[in-house]
Design a binder for this molecule. Structure first.
Ligand SMILES: [Zn+2]
Length: 325
């Protein structure tokens, strides 16, 4: 009997793996070439696999961003926020089957306080899945708050929180892939009626999940989300995102310790930034009106009309793209 050496087997496996990825990548390129410019990438397995390998080789996803890895609940990381950071949203997986948002992010009059996540209707026992690949940072119970909850840190810099579950299916420090079950829907903690409380944070700062994801469509709203601590955060298309320099440079643009050789890149970046500002768009959803859209982006109905060459009487179509700035 002859057995292949481990290294030999690894090599064969990797060759097969790369061939498989190459096929998927090729198919994606084909898709991209025929897709409209604002084509949103759906869940693509090759991306999930690559992310998973990255996570495994790194141990701590987004290690360069967060000061440390721990299993404690926190919203303060004690580090300076980067000026800008490009969050890669590709590879997103819907955390549940349900598409029904029951409560959005923002101020809740009935509670007289802010709601820092998006509530999605789920039933007790429904599978809750990790939105991206990453590593489970917290598995805990908070009787007066999240109930049974899980926090996952992702390679793209986001941390996602899943609250009110009936059961957690993962352990702390466990590596998970996008779409992997992490718990079951429930009604634990401060919750009336079973639902999933889904929260997204970047270095502890809350981000309205509905600024990045379209839960009805089980999709992302753009390929990248440019987090900004100095200006307004916004969505970027794949094209815009790819043009931006990597995050280490983004974070230091305009910073005090700016090296001369980075100046050229900065200039280029500023130009691209001006370009990308033109693409602030909203995809009309069921129930949207000019006034709700205006409110969402902090603009006025008049300005929306002017920008889109429409009047207040124009009937909005679901799926219609509207510029909002
Ligand atoms: Zn909630």
């Amino acid at each position: 009997m002859h057995f292949l050496k481990t290294t030999e087997r690894k090599r064969i496996f990797m060759t097969a793996f790369l061939a498989a990825v190459a096929c998927v990548t090729f198919a994606q390129d084909q898709l991209a070439s025929i897709a409209p410019i604002d084509k949103r990438l759906r869940v693509i397995d090759s991306i999930s696999i690559i992310r998973m390998l990255e996570v495994e080789s790194q141990g701590d996803p987004a290690a360069s961003l967060y000061p440390e890895w721990n299993n404690n609940y926190t919203t303060q990381y004690g580090v300076e926020m980067p000026k800008e950071y490009k969050i890669d949203l590709r590879g997103f997986h819907m955390p549940c089957e349900s598409r029904r948002v029951t409560s959005s992010y923002g101020y809740r009059r009935s509670f007289r306080r802010n709601h820092y996540g998006t509530d999605i209707k789920v039933y007790v026992g429904d599978t809750i899945r990790s939105a991206f690949s990453g590593k489970v940072r917290i598995v805990a119970y908070n009787r007066r708050g999240y109930g049974k909850y899980v926090v996952v840190r992702h390679h793209n810099g986001l941390e996602t929180i899943y609250g009110h579950m009936s059961k957690q299916l993962v352990k702390e420090d466990q590596v998970v892939r996008a779409g992997e079950p992490i718990g079951l829907g429930g009604n634990t903690g401060r919750s009336t009626g079973s639902h999933l409380h889904f929260e997204t944070r970047f270095l502890g700062k809350f981000i309205d999940p509905e600024k990045m994801f379209d839960f009805q469509a089980h999709d992302v709203l753009g390929d990248f989300y440019l987090f900004s601590s100095v200006g307004r955060s916004r969505l970027l298309t794949a094209e815009e995102g790819d043009k931006l320099p990597d995050n280490t440079i983004l974070a230091s643009v305009g910073g005090p310790t700016f090296e001369a050789d980075k100046e050229e890149q900065s200039k280029r970046f500023q130009e691209q930034r001006r370009e990308s500002i033109r693409t602030h768009v909203h995809k009309v959803r069921k129930g949207d009106s000019l006034s709700t859209i205006a409110r969402k982006y902090g603009t006025s109905v008049n300005r929306l009309c002017k920008l889109n060459n429409i009047t207040t009487k124009t009937v909005l179509r679901v799926g219609q793209i509207l510029k909002y700035s």
